[in-house]
Design a protein around this ligand. Sequence first.
Ligand SMILES: [Zn+2]
Length: 185
Amino acid sequence: MQITGYKSQGVAAAVDLVNAVTTVEGDASFAALREILRVNGFFWHEFEERDAEPLRRWGRTLREFFDAAELETAVSLLNELMLELPMHPHLADHDPHGLHLHFAPPTARLPHRFRASTLMQLSELVVQHGLGRTGTCAAEGCDRVYADTSRAGRRRFCSEACANRTNVAAFRARRRTPRTPEGTG
Ligand SMILES: [Zn+2]
């Protein structure tokens, strides 16, 4: 499975949506949601006011996936959602992606297509990596989620900012720890 390029866009879109609608500092406004669709290569110009609430609901549903501590929990959630969502795989060939799979019926509206893509691509990620590439940010006080699409796959933070903040805090904590000179304790 490709975890970069077009096929990972559903994963990145899922992360963006979950962070927008389920975190303290997230922005779940219509404009913010439309921007998520745009940057992740979805047909954002089809996005209408009535699509916003279904998308927010989907973000709250997918949060459970990122929060799942056990693979079994994540798998049964994905399975349940795949049974609920009408799928209709077909090949599409539109710019700029080239030939690729769509999972929702061609007549489906944007929220349905978005649900199908994110669901299938998260499922592919789980097939390939279990829960090793997704999770909630390890930084203290951060409630954002992440997906790691890098080759190394060692990511634990939602952002560079959180990684740096945590490293600095750990460094300071080490410096604060009093050291007893050897032989005097
Ligand atoms: Zn974070």
